[in-house]
Design a binder for this molecule. Structure first.
Ligand SMILES: [Zn+2]
Length: 247
């Protein structure tokens, strides 16, 4: 692990990794290109989509190699699937609107200030000093599949969308859900990725969150785009996404 820079004053890492803390992590982008993780890690597949838009299959080159190593450490009978790695700005914007709409619907009495604090914990806002982790190509969301390609249980006895089960160490999970999380976590850790503790599916290397939780003096990846990237016109609007998986 890189040595902590004595000039940076940081509190002990919080599981919620607040922007007020991660913004203190400097970014020295090493210029690594985005590559296709499906090509770099042939054992990995893309998960069923959560939202309806064109998903990219890009991450930074080192992260793609880490995903490959992780996929080779998944036990027989399971398969590693990526929900999303690099995320373009228009998708991040619409995802934020979707998370906002979801929490507002479930908590109509919350003030906007409180809503913002909670929503920011689960979906990175745009236009802040901290670029959204997925914009760096260093953050990746994963799920574990069974031999038939179905997503395994990671949330019972709770429902998938219950925010009580988002954290990796959520209390009250069934033995089966706990075991599946441990299989995922063990493989991804062997690959070299670290977990954002507030979301069991979100892992990263090189971004500000990774530097913050690991005590590294600076992040290796800032926001990036593939050369000449253009948002697909059909996806580039301000409609909040609607979550399309139930259960
Ligand atoms: Zn994520």
């Amino acid at each position: 692990m890189a040595k902590q820079d004595p000039n940076i004053s940081r509190k002990p890492p919080s599981v919620t990794e607040p922007i007020t803390e991660t913004r203190k992590v400097p970014i020295r982008d090493n210029g690594e290109p985005l590559v296709d993780f499906l090509k770099a890690a042939p054992k990995v597949v893309q998960s069923t989509p959560r939202y309806k838009y064109k998903r990219e299959t890009l991450v930074r080159a080192t992260v793609a190699d880490m995903i490959r190593i992780a996929s080779e450490n998944i036990p027989k009978g399971f398969r590693l699937a990526v929900v999303e790695g690099w995320r373009p700005p228009h998708v991040q914007r619409r995802m934020y609107l979707a998370t906002w709409a979801r929490f507002k619907k479930n908590n109509p009495d919350w003030s906007d200030a409180h809503l913002r604090r909670v929503v920011n914990r689960y979906t990175a806002p745009i236009n802040t000093p901290v670029p959204p982790p997925h914009s760096s190509g260093g953050a990746v969301d994963f799920v574990l599949l069974d031999a038939n390609g179905e997503e395994v249980d990671m949330h019972s006895p709770f429902e998938r969308l219950n925010s009580k089960i988002y954290s990796f160490d959520a209390p009250g999970l069934s033995d089966q859900a706990r075991r599946h999380r441990d299989i995922l976590g063990d493989a991804l850790s062997k690959g070299g990725l670290t977990n954002y503790p507030s979301e069991y599916w979100h892992w990263s290397y090189g971004d500000q969150g990774w530097a913050y939780r690991g005590g590294h003096p600076y992040a290796l990846y800032g926001p990036t785009e593939p050369p000449g990237y253009k948002a697909p016109p059909e996806d580039d609007n301000d409609e909040p996404f609607v979550f399309i998986i139930q259960g």
